[in-house]
Design a protein around this ligand. Structure first.
Ligand SMILES: Cc1cn([C@H]2C[C@H](O)[C@@H](COP(=O)(O)OP(=O)(O)OP(=O)(O)O)O2)c(=O)[nH]c1=O
Length: 191
């Protein structure tokens, strides 16, 4: 079966290609609104919506979708709307541990399965100057929680407990497990 990644995120494309999976990209618009209340359910629900939105265009494919959220004290920090909000997010995250949750969904023509991976990320304490330096880089603007661990944001993070790739946006091992649950082992997707 053909694999389709329902994502416009260059980070997800890169991670999936890096483990040798051959896939096409197909994106459909979703408004990223969930009626769920528990953060892990929100992440799963949004990834499912993204996958199912592509189903009409790809009736025969095996569709992969993901959604990453950042959770601090049970509160979801989405993508910051501007630099001011990004500054607020980074100040709140500084010196504390938060959760990065990525919901993943794989949908085949027969079955759709979703799961979520949770990683603990600890930010070091940051000075005003450091926060300003990061916010003015603009790097955090298109990212959940307002930072990216894979670039400049690496300098904000003291430690990670769990799957690093989950923080970047695609929990590869969790995805492999879900692929087996839907009967389409990702390890066979190299050709
Ligand atoms: C916390 C964190 C998030 N992110 C990114 C991953 C996701 O791309 C983004 C969260 O937004 P998402 O809505 O999960 O994804 P997206 O809109 O970028 O792409 P698509 O819906 O088409 O798949 O934040 C990082 O790149 N690094 C990080 O450290």
């Amino acid at each position: 079966m053909e694999w389709v990644l329902a994502s416009q995120s260059p980070r997800r494309r890169e991670l999936l290609s890096r483990v040798g999976v051959k896939f096409r990209i197909q994106v459909a618009h979703t408004d990223e609104v969930s009626l769920e209340t528990a953060p892990e359910e929100i992440a799963k629900d949004l990834s499912r919506q993204k996958a199912l939105a592509v189903r009409e265009m790809e009736p025969d494919a095996c569709i992969i979708a993901a959604d990453t959220i950042v959770v601090l004290d049970g509160e979801v920090l989405n993508k910051p709307v501007d630099r001011d909000e990004n500054r607020v997010f980074i100040s709140r995250l500084a010196g504390r541990t938060h959760q990065v949750m990525t919901g993943v969904t794989i949908s085949t023509p027969e079955v759709t399965h979703s799961d979520v991976e949770i990683t603990q990320v600890k930010f070091r304490s940051l000075t005003e100057r450091e926060i300003e330096w990061y916010v003015q880089s603009g790097e955090g603007l298109d990212k959940a929680g307002g930072y990216g661990i894979q670039e400049l944001g690496a300098l904000l993070v003291e430690g990670v407990e769990g799957d690093y790739f989950n923080v970047v946006g695609l929990p590869l091992v969790r995805l492999l497990m879900v692929s087996r649950q839907v009967g389409q082992d990702l390890l066979g997707a190299h050709v």
